[in-house]
Design a protein around this ligand. Structure first.
Ligand SMILES: NC(=O)c1ccc[n+]([C@@H]2O[C@H](COP(=O)([O-])OP(=O)(O)OC[C@H]3O[C@@H](n4cnc5c(N)ncnc54)[C@H](O)[C@@H]3O)[C@@H](O)[C@H]2O)c1
Length: 470
């Protein structure tokens, strides 16, 4: 018990410092945005108002920092859905070039299938617009080089990628815990995104009539999509890049199409291993036949990451409109001192007992976000409420929710960057590293080999990829 209290006091102090830092870094306080909104809105257009586009419009509707003035989609039904969702009576187009020609459009959202991200983003940048492009930024190696070159020529234009975990307070807090050493030496991350597409098919991944000729099937054909790696892994390999503070050195993996044989040619299950510098690794799995998530006592399905250090572990998953974000922290048994070791040896010898490693007080500790922090400005009642909420959270009675959906924060962050020129958290570098990881992961599975990340330097430049190393 004494040890329990000692560890928890020390770790909580470190974590509290991390929480405060995160709170200070949260972008876009709503109160400030409201004052600015009336005369300082970013006028934007969106290209692609399908499933994700409409979801983003639903969120954009309540963000004062931007105003939708134009929408474009080649599918009239989806275009109308976008118009109905945003409700600002935007101009509508089937040809994105007409939207880009609008002088009063400052920023453009590219929310189309992956295979058209690059041409649309390129043309929007060339038209002088700031761009928010959904992940993955690009589809092919040649597009990596072309977009990097274009952005280098246009450093003042904002390019943000839709990697919303970067905007989550929970993930930011965990990143701070990793950087401050609360988890000790973090060497391994495991991530999974498992779905049961057999019992609960997702409309996004279901084959519609027309096969490859129907763009609505873009996700399930390699000519238009990076498959599970692009749609799911991309989020989680970005988390690993962020937590490790590095890009992988190489990736190896296995992918196959075993169950969903309806004419698609993307894999329906993939397993990947990413090797980072200093022996750090991300192991990854995405399958389509089972949705169980062995984190959070099995209370949430599908996706999450587990971040493992010598002093502790974090289980984390992102929230959405339905589920709150969750982050649970477990502590490792503390390092044994020499005196403890001697005492244990003596006891074992005397009693003839087998020594077992003590797990210590290792139950999950839910992480708390900044809204439960004490600022010193609370009145008596507010302070009592915070104390009660913190206590209930540590007892597991109350689930601490992320104060804002990170999607709202990423959208507000984008408008803020458009106004101030401030580099987005998910900037071109983050987005490009992520897109490269997806391209090379698929190559590793297709070619059945270890693919080095520096191969991207030559890929797509007309020179053959370097021969297999190591
Ligand atoms: N960040 C996330 O969590 C997240 C979640 C879901 C989807 N996404 C991404 O969002 C993007 C869109 O996915 P989705 O699920 O909305 O797909 P979708 O098929 O539902 O919608 C895509 C829309 O783009 C339109 N479109 C295609 N080509 C076009 C063009 N040249 N000009 C104008 N419109 C065009 C289509 O008609 C369709 O309405 C993908 O890149 C996907 O990876 C991100």
């Amino acid at each position: 018990m004494a040890q329990d209290q000692e560890v928890s006091r020390r770790d909580f102090v470190k974590t509290a410092a991390a929480v405060t830092a995160v709170a200070a870094a949260v972008e876009g306080a709503p109160a400030i945005q409201k004052v600015r909104a009336a005369n300082d809105q970013v006028q934007y257009g969106m290209i692609g108002t399908g499933s994700r586009g409409s979801y983003l419009l639903k969120h954009l509707k309540s963000i004062d920092a931007g105003r939708c003035v134009a929408l474009c989609d080649i599918n009239p039904v989806n275009l109308k859905r976008g118009v109905d969702t945003i409700g600002t009576n935007p101009k509508t187009f089937a040809d994105y070039r007409e939207l880009l020609a609008m002088k009063d459009v400052d920023a453009v959202f590219v929310i189309t299938p992956l295979f058209v991200h690059f041409p649309l983003t390129r043309d929007a940048l060339l038209a002088g617009k700031n761009v928010f492009c959904e992940k993955c930024l690009v589809f092919k190696p040649e597009e990596v080089h072309a977009l990097n070159a274009l952005c280098a020529e246009r450093p003042k234009q904002i390019l943000q990628t839709g990697l919303q975990r970067r905007y989550s307070q929970f993930y930011q807090l965990v990143k701070d815990m990793v950087d401050k050493g609360v988890l000790g030496n973090v060497h391994h991350i495991h991530a999974q995104w498992h779905r049961n597409m057999i019992n609960k098919p997702s409309s996004l991944w279901t084959m519609k009539p027309g096969g490859e000729k129907n763009i609505a099937n873009w996700r399930v054909f390699r000519s238009m999509s990076g498959g599970l790696t692009a749609e799911l892994t991309s989020h989680q390999v970005d988390v690993a890049d962020w937590m490790f503070g590095a890009s992988p050195e190489f990736v190896m993996g296995l992918g196959s199409l075993d169950m969903l044989k309806d004419g698609r040619d993307v894999f329906d299950n993939i397993q990947l291993i990413y090797k980072y510098p200093n022996g750090q690794k991300l192991t990854y799995s995405s399958i389509s036949t089972n949705s169980f998530l062995p984190y959070f006592n099995g209370t949430r399905p599908e996706m999450g990451e587990i971040i493992m250090g010598t002093d502790g572990t974090i289980e984390i998953t992102v929230g959405d409109d339905v589920h709150p974000a969750i982050a649970w922290w477990y502590r490792e048994p503390p390092k044994e001192t020499d005196a403890q070791k001697k005492a244990a040896e003596k006891k074992a010898f005397v009693a003839g007992a087998t020594m077992v490693a003590s797990g210590g007080a290792n139950g999950p500790i839910p992480l708390m976000t900044s809204d439960l922090n004490f600022t010193g400005k609370e009145n008596f009642f507010e302070k009592e409420v915070k104390f009660a909420k913190r206590w209930l959270t540590t007892k597991g009675v109350m689930v601490q929710e992320e104060p804002r959906n990170p999607v709202d924060t990423e959208l507000e962050g984008f408008f803020n960057s458009c106004k101030t020129g401030q580099k987005p958290r998910a900037d071109i570098q983050v987005g490009m590293n992520d897109a490269v990881a997806v391209i090379l992961s698929n190559m590793a599975m297709d070619e059945g080999r270890k693919v080095y990340f520096n191969e991207i330097d030559k890929l797509g430049k007309g020179a053959p990829a370097p021969a297999k190393k190591g």
